[in-house]
Design a protein around this ligand. Structure first.
Ligand code: URA
Length: 460
């Protein structure tokens, strides 16, 4: 007698919403159903919103987070780096103010023989965006097809582009909904959103830079640690070697926060010009690149990776990759010949110290909003940004100031925006009699082993 294989019962969105609402975990098939419905538009937005809110309130288990990440990764087209014949590595940062490490780590890792397929984002709210910064270069194209992306990577080793419309379409729908339904700040949803986009690039290895401190997306340290451990365990389970570094965003990274001025600061470092106010940026970039090089198999330890990274900076090979990438993507690298001459802000102003003392604190989220008000950032997705606006720090946390010393130079689209940004900045910087304690750049590293142990112990 022949046996008939059992058929799976059809799924209904309302049942899955109820299940999550009641605190039960969905299985991989149920999650894949919701994600497919989000990507194709067959599940109405009100039902997706209800499920997102249930997931936000109840939390997602590790298995649900993993299933959601993989289903989202597989919801559209993917990039296959295998024809490149190199190990594909990338870095992702949870965002901050003045964070321009991509412009250093991508060419450094490529100069060390790795492929860096970097799909980046835009400025939103108080944080800057890699794509907006690159678009300050006349002609630079961020919207490449996956075929063009592969060609640039073959020729240059690194390519920094925007997400194609067909890559991870489920995230486009779910992220926009989360933004409108108060469901952004959920570790499982954040993890799936970030990793689905990174894993769709077919990465062999990934270094995550999870920010802590006053400018970080997740303000509470334990939230940042949990997200870091969750992302490492989830990406490792998907077959991508991953580490996460908890790094300081208690002040802007480097001295510039804006679009063109961040590129200019990065190119200075790629040229081995070392302004003291850019040393933290150089340090973090070398640490991140060192891990990329190590995970990519080009160095036995992260420390050896840092040495290789430093050599690629010092011998000019990383700079050569960066300029080659810019030119291959249509950009005019000639603008870097006279970086000051190219910089044409609408209005310029200076904030000076109102008393003598030490810079004790920088409210970096407020500083990020001040940068946005200069015209460099955007409040709502789709708004234009000013390539030449931004803020340049002459003094950082711990600096000793005499009354009247310059703290920052501001560049804005116009005088009104300048004074708005100036007001925000004054409130964001605290000057006190005593110097603050130094904060280490990297406070914790999560690898697969300690991430899994952390998650086992975490009570969530
Ligand atoms: N960045 C993302 O891409 N997704 C999130 O959910 C949060 C930050």
């Amino acid at each position: 007698m022949s046996t008939v294989p059992p058929t799976e019962s059809p799924l209904h969105t309302i049942d899955l919403i109820r299940k999550k609402r009641d605190g039960l975990a969905l299985d991989a098939r149920e999650i894949a159903f919701l994600v497919a419905g989000a990507a194709s538009g067959t599940i109405p937005l009100e039902q997706l919103s209800a499920w997102l809110m249930a997931a936000w309130i109840r939390g997602l288990s590790l298995d649900e987070t993993r299933a959601l990440t993989l289903a989202m990764r597989d919801s559209g087209e993917k990039f296959d780096p295998s024809p490149l014949g190199k190990t594909a590595v990338d870095k992702h940062s949870t965002g901050g103010v003045g964070d321009k490490t991509s412009f250093l780590v991508a060419p450094i890792a490529a100069a060390c023989g790795l492929a860096v397929p970097m799909i980046s984002g835009r400025a939103l709210g108080h944080t800057g965006g890699t794509l907006d910064k690159l678009e300050a270069i006349p002609g630079y194209r961020t919207a490449l097809s996956l075929d063009e992306f592969e060609k640039v990577l073959t020729y240059c080793g690194a390519s920094i582009v925007s997400q194609t419309p067909a890559l991870v379409p489920a995230d486009r729908v779910l992220y926009a909904l989360r933004d409108r339904t108060g469901t952004v700040e959920s570790p499982g949803l954040i993890c799936a959103s970030i990793l689905s986009k990174k894993l769709a690039a077919g990465l062999d290895a990934l270094v995550l830079d999870v920010k802590t401190g006053s400018g970080a997306f997740l303000r509470k340290r334990e939230d940042a640690e949990y997200l870091a451990a969750l992302m490492v365990a989830t990406a490792e389970a998907a077959g991508t070697k991953t580490v996460a570094l908890l790094t300081d965003m208690g002040q802007p990274l480097g001295r510039a926060a804006g679009n063109w001025i961040e590129l200019a600061e990065s190119v200075e470092l790629l040229r081995n010009q070392r302004a003291p106010e850019s040393e933290d940026l150089r340090e973090l970039s070398l640490i991140l690149a060192g891990w990329m090089i190590h995970l990519g198999g080009k160095a036995a330890t992260p420390e050896q990776g840092i040495q290789l990274a430093e050599a690629a900076l010092e011998d000019g090979s990383a700079l050569a990759v960066f300029f080659k990438m810019i030119e291959t993507q249509g950009g005019d690298s000639g603008v870097f010949e006279d970086m000051g001459g190219f910089h044409k802000p609408g209005a310029t102003g200076v904030l000076t110290a109102w008393r003598s003392g030490f810079i004790a604190e920088m409210d970096t989220t407020q500083i990020g909003w001040a940068v946005q008000r200069t015209g460099a950032g955007r409040e709502k997705a789709g708004e234009p940004v000013d390539a030449h606006a931004g803020i340049e720090f002459k003094a950082r946390r711990g600096a000793k100031l005499e009354q009247g010393d310059t703290i920052v130079t501001l560049y804005a689209t116009n005088e009104a925006m300048l004074s708005e940004a100036m007001d925000l900045l004054k409130k964001a910087i605290t000057i006190e009699d005593a110097a603050p304690d130094a904060i280490p750049m990297v406070s914790r590293v999560f690898t697969r082993e300690n991430a899994e142990a952390y998650l086992r112990d975490a009570v969530r």
